[in-house]
Design a protein around this ligand. Structure first.
Ligand SMILES: [Zn+2]
Length: 274
């Protein structure tokens, strides 16, 4: 796969794309080919439950640079049965799994009560620590509760990503203090985005890129299907807001992803080995 990426152009990692979503059923090979052409080297597909995890596994089987996260999304927390933690442990042993996710809290929708969401989140954070895996965290209108639950589990070993960050600068500082990475999607390109000050304050060593495809397409595709090939547009916005080059953004976000997620053979020298 590396051979298809040019040696001198920026190399990106899309840390969050839901390629199992039905929107990709018709043309996934072309979507992945466009991502490669755009410089996207690796992709992480976070499942939303165990059914979508198995769908993601089938995609990863066709591409050695597609990796997986396994977990139960807060929307589906009500479906976590008695044995779900054991099943989570078993699925996390798949060699392509690099994180527990996506997990978290979502108080915007009412698919599942906050109490149940929190109980399921606690169990998955426990599992992540036992498995020595980072977490991919979803947060919607649940800033205080999410940080409180995560901090309860932070013994120095818990690491992970606050994905699709859309809270304010003060919250970002608390997330960083708690030891987590922050990633932004196409939402930073939206005309009325208030995220510029937040995007500016995240230090290079905690910043990650993601699309959250098929959602959150960057401008000028806003409202359409998002795909990993649009990642350079998001990186371009990072560069503009942070007064950095796209090459710098690519370099730091790719190294951060490599350090955070335990990719097998994640020796960076591999990247120049065509
Ligand atoms: Zn997601």
């Amino acid at each position: 796969m590396i051979a298809s990426l040019s040696r001198h152009s920026p190399v990106f990692i899309d840390t969050h794309c839901h390629l199992f979503w039905p929107d990709f059923a018709e043309d996934l090979p072309q979507v992945i080919a466009r991502a490669r052409a755009a410089g996207v080297w690796r992709m992480i597909i976070p499942a939303t439950d165990f059914v979508t995890f198995h769908q993601a596994v089938r995609i990863a089987e066709h591409d050695e640079d597609v990796f997986l996260a396994v977990g139960i999304h807060p929307h589906d927390a009500g479906m976590a049965g008695a044995g779900f933690v054991e099943e989570l442990h078993a699925l996390a042993r798949h060699p392509r799994v690099v994180a527990i996710g996506e997990i978290g809290l979502d108080y915007h929708y009412d698919f599942c009560s906050p109490a149940v969401q929190q109980r399921v989140l606690h169990r998955q954070l426990e599992a992540a620590k036992e498995l020595h895996l980072p977490v991919i965290l979803h947060n919607r209108e649940s800033d205080e509760d999410l940080l409180a639950v995560v901090r309860e589990h932070q013994n120095g070993s818990l690491r992970g990503q606050f994905h699709c960050f859309s809270s304010d600068a003060a919250y970002a500082l608390r997330v960083l203090e708690s030891g987590f990475h922050i990633s932004f999607t196409g939402n930073v390109t939206f005309k009325r985005s208030t995220l510029d000050p937040v995007l500016s304050l995240v230090p290079d060593n905690r910043l990650l890129l993601e699309t959250d495809a098929p959602f959150m397409a960057p401008v000028p595709f806003r409202g359409k299907r998002n795909e990993p090939g649009y990642l350079p547009r998001i990186a371009g916005k990072f560069a503009e807001v942070r007064h950095q080059t796209v090459e710098h953004v690519a370099s730091v976000t790719t190294s951060n992803a490599m350090a955070l997620f335990p990719f097998p053979n994640s020796d960076t020298t591999e990247k120049s080995d065509e």
